[in-house]
Design a protein. Structure first.
Lengths: 233, 240
């Protein structure tokens, strides 16, 4: 189950990127196409085999992991800005793109890079799980969860409004799925509290969060396509 | 709520002995799978009963009345109050009436739009509400006031609640069934032309203020719809 989840998430993300190709070619909502392509790359890089392949090219000292972190920060900035605009959450928008949000992002990015280069990261290992468990590594991992969690927290109230509103049923369901995904991202902040015996819970929560968010965004796209089709008759 | 399937089967057997369920479904247009599902769950929807009674050329209100939970509907139909009748006239018809009274050149005998209109449930409840009605209904049926309001906003009302609301208001039991579109005026025993007659009896001043109130309520509901539509469009625009 936990072994299949990453691949399932990847397939969903790639499929959702693919369905956007025609409209991206027409020039509609290219940002969402790039966002999904970016998310697909994120997921791809978090899976063991592709990670090891890329890291070997980059010198075998886990630079691919740092790259993945920065790609994730970028994805969440883009996703956050788009989602805040979509759900009409001006407070969320300010918290993500305003001075506070930018300061949080800059701080997280600088600290991530700094900790990474201060560690001995030789020996390619996906998710850095093969490295000795030091305090630095713990903080590096925590930083990686912090920014997505921050963005999720900024967006939850706005999305909840749409879930409770009276829009089309599919749109509300999709918003609810997105809401669930972001809740899981918040939950992942508590990973240090997960006991070693239940360590499988961490990737399960991570990939469920990614999967729920992707499915939620896909559902929004689907509800729009169906409504447009119905409007055309 | 709904009708227990045992009682429904007994009723069906009583009114159409020897007719198979599939024949009943074909004649009434109720989907066979839908009815079968409702029977298995033990809850047959009132709307199914109404369609089946119409197909069997039975009066749906009398059919409903044969079930214990609709015992209120038994006996001779209670005449609607003028307020109830007027509540079932669409806002646009009220406006037409305002124009007709103030302009002799305007069409005087226009056809009233059939019941239910787009705010008929709320208008009906407002017409029979003495100020304490919602409180009494919520007390008697256990429905939360916000759920009651949600029904009014959505312009619908479950039949059992409609009958209970009429009971608490002390008006004829079928009014809510008409307002929610379950049965027609004729089926519930409202005299033909009663709405028109009530409209003609209504003084011009009352008519104008009533039309104004309705127009205001309509404006509010349109605002809400437009707001919701904008919200949906914005989500689609950014993430779709």
């Amino acid at each position: 189950m936990t072994a299949a989840l990453p691949w399932l998430t990847l397939v969903v993300c790639v499929a959702l990127t693919a369905v956007r190709v025609p409209s991206a070619i027409r020039g509609q909502n290219r940002t969402m196409f790039f966002l999904f392509a970016l998310l697909s790359v994120d997921i791809l890089l978090s899976i063991r085999e592709p990670y090891l392949a890329l890291d070997a090219v980059l010198g075998g000292f886990n630079l691919a992991n740092l790259l993945l972190r920065f790609l994730l920060y970028g994805s969440f900035l883009l996703l956050g800005v788009r989602t805040a605009a979509a759900f009409g959450s001006s407070a969320g928008m300010r918290a993500i793109r305003g001075p506070v949000g930018m300061a949080v992002l800059a701080l997280v990015a600088v600290l991530t890079a700094w900790i990474f280069f201060s560690m001995d990261t030789r020996g390619s290992t996906a998710g850095l799980s093969g490295l000795p468990q030091t305090a630095s590594l713990e903080s590096y991992a925590a930083l990686g969860r912090l920014y997505p969690g921050y963005v999720a927290a900024c967006l939850l109230p706005g999305i909840w409004q749409a879930v409770r509103g009276s829009g089309p049923a599919l749109l509300r369901l999709a918003s609810g799925t997105l809401f669930l995904g972001f809740c899981l991202l918040l939950l992942s902040q508590g990973f240090p509290l997960v006991p070693e015996s239940a360590s499988w819970l961490r990737p399960a929560i991570n990939y469920s969060a990614a999967l729920a968010s992707a499915l939620g965004l896909g559902g929004i796209w689907l509800s729009k396509s169906l409504a447009r089709r119905r409007a055309r008759g | 709520m709904s009708l227990p399937s045992k009682a429904f089967q007994r009723w069906l057997h009583g009114v159409a002995p020897g007719v198979s369920t599939s024949d009943v479904c074909r004649a009434s247009g109720v989907k066979r799978t839908t009815l079968a599902q409702q029977m298995v769950r033990g809850k047959v929807a009132e709307s199914s009963l109404v369609r089946i009674s119409r197909a069997l050329e039975l009066n749906p209100v009398s059919a409903l009345a044969s079930f214990d939970s609709y015992a209120d509907l038994r006996g001779t139909p209670v005449a609607p109050t003028d307020a109830e009748l007027i509540s079932q006239i669409a806002a646009m018809d009220l406006l037409r009436a305002v124009i007709a009274r103030n302009d002799p050149g305007a069409p005087q005998r226009f056809e009233l739009v059939a019941v239910p209109h787009e705010t008929s449930v709320r208008s009906w409840v407002e017409a029979i509400d003495d100020g304490e009605l919602r409180h009494r209904v919520s007390h008697a049926t256990g429905i939360a006031p916000q759920n009651f309001s949600a029904h009014l906003t959505a312009n619908r009302m479950p039949p059992e609640l409609a009958v209970a609301t009429a009971r608490e208001a002390g008006v004829g039991p079928a009014g809510g069934l008409i307002a929610s579109g379950l049965v027609s005026e004729e089926e519930a025993g409202w005299p033909i032309g009663a709405r028109r007659a009530a409209l003609d009896r209504l003084g011009t001043a009352d008519l104008v203020s009533l039309a104004g109130d309705r127009l205001q309520a309509l404006g509010k509901s349109l605002h809400r719809q437009e707001h919701e539509k904008d919200r949906t469009e914005r989500i689609w625009e950014n993430l779709g």
